[in-house]
Write a protein that binds this ligand. Structure first.
Ligand SMILES: *[C@@H]1O[C@H](CO)[C@@H](O)[C@H](O)[C@H]1NC(C)=O
Ligand SMILES: *[C@@H]1O[C@H](CO)[C@@H](O)[C@H](O)[C@H]1NC(C)=O
Ligand SMILES: *[C@@H]1O[C@H](CO)[C@@H](O)[C@H](O)[C@H]1NC(C)=O
Ligand SMILES: *[C@@H]1O[C@H](CO)[C@@H](O)[C@H](O)[C@H]1NC(C)=O
Ligand SMILES: *[C@@H]1O[C@H](CO)[C@@H](O)[C@H](O)[C@H]1NC(C)=O
Ligand SMILES: *[C@@H]1O[C@H](CO)[C@@H](O)[C@H](O)[C@H]1NC(C)=O
Ligand SMILES: *[C@@H]1O[C@H](CO)[C@@H](O)[C@H](O)[C@H]1NC(C)=O
Ligand SMILES: *[C@@H]1O[C@H](CO)[C@@H](O)[C@H](O)[C@H]1NC(C)=O
Ligand SMILES: *[C@@H]1O[C@H](CO)[C@@H](O)[C@H](O)[C@H]1NC(C)=O
Ligand SMILES: [Cu+2]
Length: 671
């Protein structure tokens, strides 16, 4: 581009690209800064009597997000900046307190004691402390000696106890201990037969049972560190890197990310990890940004294991609410977790004492040039001419990894210039196994609730239900949910040579009950539309939900874990927007009785037609472990796509400007 035309281009940009995210240094949806976390801690601490010797613990501190109308009014008039507020959930004197703090005038807006069932997210420090208790507990030391194990190679891990019809009325965890011997892969080396319950508030073992049955499996072949591997090695990964001579194609301003036609806000939350807000796409025909997603994040992960025996029945976890995806975020490893062109961001959460804890490299953001095709066509049918047009695919990925005990969850948000948003989750890490006496599957006569993966090692059947909350705003706040059912029609009157065809019969969900869907039963296109805005040919602006592989819970509805995880009964739910309906498993999930879940909220059967609606999508995976999942699982991916459907007048990438070729040493293919 010549200098003058470049200037003109910039001039036009500045007229037309007024995007919905103001360049205010501090955005009202930014996560709390370390200073704000500290301030919250101070205000909460000062509200309790200082002479009181009860420990104050922090279980969640995060942004109390502004009400949506308030935020939307700020978007249209940036001088109306909503005051920053914090939500702090604490325990003090065996009570759960919910604070709302105004960080601007440093005052407590509300301090409410929660007295219902369920407890807040576990603290990291209290779990660490609990995990040390057995090592100084005589009966446990005796149990270890009895088994001939080495006490200094024992590591214990904490598990939530769930709820099975009997309220415990105390915050407790179960400990499972492992014998590492000469490996770091502790989760494959469970010590069976020992049951330990720790009261977290008294920080002592309150129940202990030992019924020795099965020895710890052999640790051979369990280590996953490269330095511990023995030949034969391979296959070898050859060298590769992304080269972007003009630098990254995206721009990060605080927590706001701009890339190609997208702009969105990215924040970090202790409970759910990455939150994408105000995702809007630039429409070059309408010369403006158009809203797609007001706020999207994972909401809960329900992971029920299928071994009903005394030692394992309680393994029915709610990872976001019980352990916290943000609290469990791993620091990403450059060049392994993310490619060489990635940019990293740090995150902060409040530790159990309320003091900020930094997670370095909690997010990575990178352009993915994966070698895929964005679109193409070869025209063979015009005589004597040959036409081929093809464009390379490119996308922008935001990634976080939450490692909860044995499992690693790779959370990806992928944006495409076509308007699609791909939400992917990759599962890796270590299976939950139990030790057994079996060395060959021929010996197994009864149900062992899993697969024999190696000698004495059974990988337990389980599910992963990852529920996403997607507050979609398709070119405006008021939207509707449409099921375009594909119906087979039969022809009986001989009017055509065909006997059958399918067609679309559309149905608008008027209330919540009409939008609960189990996927895979009936073919349908599920679309969120803005019924108030239509394309030139008259179709409502829409975004379609493209499900991935689908599964819903197979447990009985009155089974206790399923009462708590009732939001996995359907894959799709739609609710009217309600700021406090954010966490599908409820606010207090540890030992919850399932009274505050998405399934309960939606029993009100509210109206959802042409309203501000929230789409909930449950990614379901039934996991029958196999030997390749041992000793560490190659990533298993699943996900779904939000894809524009009559949102644009035509393909949003028809006029995409292809990249200039990169001149690469020893690269001799020509475009
Ligand atoms: C937060 O408070 C702790 C302890 O009082 C202090 O060490 C730390 O520097 C503070 N951090 C910030 C960012 O203010
Ligand atoms: C500590 O505070 C709690 C609640 O404010 C109160 O019930 C308790 O009696 C106090 N304990 C002492 C020793 O002051
Ligand atoms: C507070 O409680 C701890 C543990 O119970 C005790 O060691 C300490 O002496 C107590 N401090 C005061 C000031 O009462
Ligand atoms: C602080 O600001 C809030 C509004 O965000 C107001 O409701 C509250 O009364 C104020 N408190 C004080 C002490 O000024
Ligand atoms: C016990 O375990 C520790 C830590 O893994 C190790 O250093 C030590 O050599 C082990 N001792 C025996 C007798 O195996
Ligand atoms: C510990 O590892 C060594 C070497 O692999 C093995 O000989 C020994 O039996 C193991 N001990 C236990 C208790 O598993
Ligand atoms: C220990 O055994 C007793 C009696 O068998 C049982 O009631 C209790 O639930 C067990 N505790 C644990 C933690 O397994
Ligand atoms: C359709 O065609 C078949 C065979 O030609 C004939 O038997 C039948 O009566 C026709 N049906 C109608 C509704 O015309
Ligand atoms: C929002 O949801 C909560 C929890 O379901 C409920 O208690 C409250 O009444 C709802 N608010 C409105 C305005 O519907
Ligand atoms: Cu799994």
């Amino acid at each position: 581009m010549a200098w003058a035309s470049k200037l003109l281009f910039i001039f036009f940009l500045s007229i037309f690209t007024i995007d919905p995210i103001s360049s205010y240094k501090q955005h009202p949806l930014d996560p709390l800064s370390p200073e704000e976390l500290n301030l919250t801690q101070t205000i909460v601490k000062d509200s309790f009597p200082s002479s009181n010797n009860t420990t104050l613990t922090f279980h969640y501190v995060g942004l109390d997000e502004p009400d949506k109308p308030v935020l939307l009014s700020w978007l249209s008039k940036p001088t109306n900046k909503p005051p920053p507020r914090a939500l702090a959930i604490t325990r003090f004197n065996k009570q759960t307190h919910e604070f709302i703090i105004d960080l601007a005038n440093r005052s407590i807006i509300s301090n409410h004691v929660y007295a219902g069932y369920g407890y807040p997210t576990l603290g990291i420090d209290e779990q660490t402390e609990a995990m040390q208790l057995p090592l100084k507990y005589d009966p446990f030391i005796g149990s270890i000696r009895k088994r001939g194990l080495n006490l200094s190679a024992i590591v214990c891990s904490s598990f939530t106890v769930g709820w099975f019809g009997r309220a415990r009325n105390r915050r407790v965890v179960k400990l499972q201990c492992f014998h590492m011997n000469d490996t770091v892969n502790l989760y494959l080396l469970p010590i069976e037969g020992i049951q330990i319950i720790v009261d977290l508030e008294e920080m002592k073992i309150v129940e202990y049972n030992d019924s020795f049955k099965v020895p710890v499996p052999n640790s051979e072949g369990t280590d996953y560190r490269l330095s511990k591997q023995k030949p034969p090695f391979g296959p070898r990964i050859n060298r590769a890197a992304i080269m972007q001579p003009d630098g990254p194609g995206f721009h990060i301003d605080g927590h706001t990310i701009r890339w190609m036609n997208w702009v969105f806000h990215l924040s970090f939350d202790a409970r759910v990890g990455p939150m994408i807000s105000l995702a809007s796409i630039y429409d070059s025909e309408k010369h403006k940004y158009r809203s797609v997603l007001y706020r999207g994040h994972i909401s809960e992960l329900f992971g029920p294991y299928q071994d009903p025996t005394e030692e394992y029945y309680f393994n029915t976890f709610f990872d976001c609410g019980e352990f916290g995806f943000g609290l469990s975020a791993a620091s990403l490893v450059p060049l392994a977790d993310c490619p060489n062109n990635a940019v990293f961001m740090d995150g902060y959460y409040a530790g159990q004492n309320g003091i900020p804890v930094k997670v370095s490299n909690v997010f990575c953001i990178f352009e993915r040039h994966a070698g895929d095709i964005m679109w193409r066509h070869t025209e063979f049918d015009i005589p004597d001419v040959s036409i081929t047009e093809a464009r390379p695919e490119v996308s922008l990925v935001v990634r976080m990894v939450a490692t909860i005990g044995n499992y690693d969850h790779i959370l990806d948000w992928e944006f495409k210039p076509s308007g699609s948003i791909n939400i992917q989750v990759g599962l890796s890490g270590i299976l939950e196994v139990k030790a057994a006496t079996y060395t060959h599957s021929d010996q197994i006569k009864e149900d062992v609730y899993g697969t024999l993966l190696a000698e004495n090692t059974i990988g337990l059947y389980h599910d992963h239900f990852l529920t996403y909350r997607l507050d979609v705003d398709i070119d405006g706040v008021d939207n509707s949910f449409i099921k375009h059912n594909l119906i087979t029609k039969t022809v009986t009157d001989n009017s055509t040579a065909r006997k059958s065809y399918w067609t679309v019969v559309s149905e608008t969900a008027k209330t919540e009950s009409e939008a609960k869907i189990r996927l895979g039963l009936k073919p349908a296109e599920l679309v969120i539309v803005n019924p108030n805005k239509k394309t030139r040919p008259g179709n409502s602006y829409g975004y379609r939900l493209m499900p991935g592989p689908e599964a819903h819970s197979l447990l009985l509805e009155d089974d206790y874990p399923q009462i708590r995880g009732a939001f996995t009964k359907y894959n799709v739910w739609v609710t009217p927007y309600n700021k406090s309906e954010k966490w599908a498993g409820g606010r207090y999930v540890d030992q919850s009785h399932g009274q505050d879940t998405l399934a309960v909220w939606s029993l009100r059967n509210r109206e959802i037609d042409n309203k501000d609606i929230v789409l909930w999508y449950v990614i379901g995976i039934h996991h029958v472990p196999c030997q390749e999942d041992f000793p560490v699982m190659p990533t298993l991916s699943s996900g779904f796509e939000l894809r524009p459907t009559n949102f644009f007048e035509r393909s949003a990438v028809l006029k995409v400007i292809p990249p200039k070729p990169v001149i690469w040493p020893n690269y001799n293919a020509s475009p």
